[in-house]
Ligand binder design. Structure first.
Ligand code: ZN
Length: 314
């Protein structure tokens, strides 16, 4: 079985030194994030994963000061390229972009794709409190569409104002509520919806966006969002149609039969890519789940690798 996993992370200390804040992870996670040729390959082999498409772990290019972000992202992309080159048959990469400088981010995306062979970019959360669908970020999407590479929108922690109002009561008793349990999905699902409303896909009809975690809740809500936005007060919007044409979703960290069935029905199986979110999630759980998921061999092979190979030209 050919298996490609597309939301798999690494960590560069040199790059992380530029983050506005400390985002270090527990030792077991850091050890894996910083490893390429030992633990990473061992755990890929043990689960049967042939290829990882690797990106920097959150907060990526979003938590950087405008004056350092361009050089820092250039550096981390060069680092990742040299690590991928150690086993090019096993690794591919998504670029980290200086989101605070969108024109420079577009240029860095182009450099990463054309000079370093990267397969697209990963972006994380709001930049200086601004969601990435806003017009200042469109140069990135224009360039991605022109280069025919996707942009993966990855969760990051919600804005501090949101955290305080929505989650502070449970911050100590349930710290993951703010993140993977709920906050990430709400944050990134909101961005996904806003991307459609922004009109960026009217300007760039071929732009392809990837959302992890089985579409951050949007597939389940798709018909309700679509119906509500067609009510008279709203500007004309083909929400469901646009979402189905311009988004891919991945299985990162979300291994549920019923959720995947919903996604296949709403999106079509050819819009779904396999991902683990290693090392935050273990490879074996993701692979074992999709192998056992009741479906036909073509659908399974497409999700495991065929759809990703086509989209990313692997
Ligand atoms: Zn991730």
């Amino acid at each position: 079985m050919d298996i490609v996993a597309v939301e798999e992370h690494f960590w560069s200390r040199e790059f992380a030194a530029h983050f506005l804040g400390n985002f270090d992870r527990p030792p077991r996670i850091m050890q894996r994030l910083e490893d390429f040729m030992t633990l990473r390959l061992e755990e890929m082999d043990a689960a049967g994963i042939g290829t990882q498409v690797i990106s920097h772990a959150p907060p990526g290019g979003q938590k950087l000061a405008p004056e350092t972000c361009v050089a820092a992202c250039r550096g981390v992309n060069d680092t990742l390229a040299s690590l991928v080159a150690q086993a090019p048959e096993r690794f591919a990469a998504f670029a980290t972009l200086p989101q605070a400088e969108p024109e420079a981010a577009a240029d860095e995306l182009q450099r990463a794709v054309e000079d370093l062979g990267f397969k697209g970019a990963m972006m994380f959360g709001p930049t200086n409190g601004m969601f990435s669908d806003e017009k200042p970020f469109w140069p990135i999407y224009e360039r991605a569409a022109r280069l025919k590479v996707p942009v993966y929108l990855h969760p990051a922690l919600p804005d501090k104002r949101v955290s305080e109002v929505y989650y502070a009561t449970y911050a100590e008793s349930h710290p993951d509520l703010l993140g993977a349990a709920w906050g990430f999905g709400i944050e990134t699902g909101t961005l996904g919806v806003r991307m459609v409303l922004s009109g960026v896909f009217d300007a760039h009809p071929d732009l392809q966006i990837i959302l992890g975690h089985l579409g951050e809740g949007i597939p389940l809500q798709l018909s309700r969002i679509d119906e509500s936005l067609k009510r008279p007060a709203n500007a004309p919007t083909e929400f469901a149609k646009t979402f189905r044409n311009n988004f891919f979703i991945t299985t990162s960290g979300f291994f549920s039969d019923s959720a995947l069935r919903c996604c296949i029905e709403e999106m079509g199986a050819d819009r779904i890519l396999f991902a683990v979110d290693w090392p935050f999630v273990d490879n074996a759980g993701g692979v074992g789940w999709l192998k056992a998921f009741p479906t036909d061999p073509d659908t399974r092979a497409g999700i495991f690798s065929g759809n990703a190979r086509k989209l990313l030209r692997l």
